[in-house]
Structure formats: structure tokens, C-alpha cells
Design a protein around this ligand. Structure first.
Ligand SMILES: *[C@@H]1O[C@H](CO)[C@@H](O)[C@H](O)[C@H]1NC(C)=O
Ligand SMILES: *[C@@H]1O[C@H](CO)[C@@H](O)[C@H](O)[C@H]1NC(C)=O
Length: 312
């Protein structure tokens, strides 16, 4: 609320400017979809601070209408480190999404739309060829430009795989008792994770992945949600089935929001660490031993943050 008050007091400072960098495909582009100012600020701050050439990195943030003003004020008062660029837009700015957000269930639909934006990257950023999608509960610990040099071999999605033994295979996420799933997918195929994904947007357009997503989304609705239940991972596993290239695991270390036994070595050598799970680093229930990797990037000079006082 304090952040919004600042914008109301000085509206002239918060006119949206479209910078050339936002569409310059020679730069490194990231998508972050979130309704949390503090979470986004940590992602951007950590990525910029650990970049060798921060001014070449562009962060495309999309938030809901409620949080737009707060995000704009935050990044105007505390511009990203080293000349990195931030574009902040509201969900409403993407008109082609309106048919999906006009339901009677407006509020919950609207929120889940923020999650579903990840299936529209090429439509949202028509000028870009490649993007890295970062979840808002990650911390970047290394320069990420290497992600852009990875050869995806014509695949659409570069992601870290999460299966081991019989765990985290497609059978865990999709309903293989359903004939539509059974006849199209392999129950033993390895699942991958969202959090750090390299998307080749040209390959995505070529393979019409957005259409695949719509097809399966509608199918699941028609089948009374029996193909999969909740979340974005199951439809992601379907949409990018056989078009995902596994990345080296050090790019994306998972589980800091639920698994106390991740080794410090693994965390320290991770390019990105991910607090997936319920124990988010900004909550009281966070795993204490993992919290400092996140708080390190919280901007305590902002009086607004000091008032929030993250269990420190
Ligand atoms: C869909 O699921 C709901 C709740 O699980 C159930 O009440 C309803 O009968 C189902 N409809 C069809 C067409 O199967
Ligand atoms: C999986 O699909 C089968 C066949 O349509 C259905 O009977 C079953 O209820 C589904 N399971 C879940 C958990 O939706």
C-alpha cells in the first residue's frame, strides 16, 4: 500500500516507456510472472548482480492489476543493478488473453491466468527469438548467459529433468488410465521442472505448441478434468512432450522449499536455486538453513522492506 501511495502522489514518474531494449533480440530476455514485489525484486537483483554484463539482460515482468503500481514504484526507486532493464506490464495489457479471463469466476481465473501465461510466450513477445522463463521463487547465483549458448537441437524447451528410479515420471502427473493419455504418451518418460526454462520461441512457433496447449486444455475440460488435475506442470509435460532437451542439473537446483536434505555443495554450485514447495524463503516456515541464500538479495535499504521484517 505504501508503494501505491507513492505513485498516486507523483504519477508523472510512472508513465510506461517502451524501451528499444525490450525488443532487441541480441540481448538476454527473461520472463517473470508474479504477484509478489519482493519475490520479483530478489530474482531480478540476484540475476543482475551475478551477470558479467548486466546491461545486456532484460527482465519482462507481468503482474496482476493489483500489484502493477507497487512493482512500477519499486523498480523506479531502485533501478536494477548495473543497468539491467525491467519491463513491467499488467495481465490486462495482453488483449488476446481476454477471452480466457472474462469468466464469471473472474478473480480466481485471473490469478491462475498469471500461471498460464507461460503457455503464451511467443504471442506475448512476438519480436523475440529466445527467452528464459524464471519462476518467482528462485535465486540466481551465477551469470546465466551460458543458457543462451546451449544447443537445443531444434527442441523448444530446455529444462532440468527430475525423475529418479520410478519417481517423477509422466505416470505421476497424468492419468494413464485414460485412453487419450495412454495412447499418446509414455508413462515412464522422465518429467522435467519449471523454474528455469530456456524457450526457443521460433521453434515453439514452428511446432505450434500454443495450439497443442489449447487442444489438450480443452480436452481436459471436456473430459471433466480427468486427464490431469491442477497446476501447470502436467499440461507443460504434454505441450512440450518430445520437444524438451535436458539441461545439466547445476543450472537449476530444486527443492529448497520442502527438502531439508539438499547438500550445501549442491546449492553453492547451482546457477539457480529454487524454493519450490510450501516453505518459501519469505515465510516464517522457511527452512532456516536455506533462507540466507535468498535474504542476501533482499534490498534492506528500502524502508518498505524494513517494515516487512522477514523473520530476521
Ligand atoms: C464431473 O465431475 C463432477 C465432480 O467430480 C461430477 O459431479 C460430475 O457428474 C462429472 N460430470 C461428468 C459429465 O462426468
Ligand atoms: C482417470 O481416467 C479414468 C478413465 O477416464 C477415469 O475413470 C478416472 O476417474 C480418472 N482418474 C482421475 C483421478 O481423474
Amino acid at each position: 500500500m505504501r508503494l501505491v501511495g507513492e505513485r498516486v502522489a507523483r504519477p508523472e514518474r510512472y508513465v510506461e516507456v517502451k524501451k528499444m531494449e525490450f525488443e532487441d533480440s541480441s540481448l538476454y530476455h527473461y520472463a517473470i510472472f508474479s504477484d509478489s514485489v519482493i519475490a520479483v525484486s530478489v530474482v531480478v537483483n540476484s540475476a543482475a548482480k551475478n551477470a558479467e554484463e548486466p546491461w545486456k539482460h532484460v527482465f519482462h515482468v507481468v503482474t496482476d492489476r493489483m500489484n502493477l503500481a507497487a512493482m512500477q514504484v519499486w523498480f523506479t526507486m531502485r533501478p536494477p543493478y548495473g543497468g539491467a532493464h525491467v519491463e513491467i506490464r499488467a495481465l490486462d495489457a495482453f488483449e488476446f488473453l481476454n477471452p480466457f479471463s472474462n469468466d464469471k469466476n473472474r478473480n480466481s481465473k485471473y490469478l491462475s491466468m498469471l500461471d498460464h501465461l507461460r503457455f503464451y510466450l511467443p504471442e506475448m513477445y512476438p519480436k523475440l527469438n529466445k527467452m528464459v522463463l524464471l519462476d518467482d521463487d528462485v535465486v540466481v547465483q551465477k551469470d546465466l548467459t551460458g543458457l543462451w549458448r546451449i544447443e537445443l537441437d531444434g527442441k523448444v524447451n530446455g529444462a532440468v529433468e527430475i525423475c529418479f528410479g520410478s519417481f517423477h515420471r509422466l505416470g505421476h502427473y497424468l492419468n494413464f488410465s485414460h485412453p487419450l493419455i495412454k495412447e499418446r504418451f509414455n508413462t515412464k518418460a522422465c518429467a522435467w521442472a519449471y523454474g528455469v526454462n530456456v524457450f526457443d520461441l521460433d521453434a515453439w512457433r514452428r511446432d505450434k505448441c500454443t495450439d497443442h496447449y489449447h487442444y489438450w486444455h480443452n480436452m481436459n475440460e471436456n473430459e471433466n478434468k480427468t486427464l490431469w488435475k491442477l497446476g501447470t506442470l502436467p499440461p507443460g509435460l504434454i505441450t512440450f512432450y518430445s520437444t524438451t532437451k535436458p539441461l545439466d542439473k547445476s543450472w537449476h537446483v530444486l527443492g529448497l522449499g520442502y527438502n531439508p536434505s539438499i547438500s550445501m555443495d549442491e546449492i553453492n554450485s547451482g546457477a539457480v536455486i529454487h524454493y519450490n514447495g510450501n516453505m518459501k524463503p519469505w515465510l516464517d516456515i522457511a527452512l532456516n538453513q536455506f533462507r540466507p541464500f535468498w535474504t542476501k538479495y533482499v534490498d534492506y535499504e528500502m524502508e518498505f522492506v524494513q517494515m516487512c521484517n522477514f523473520g530476521l
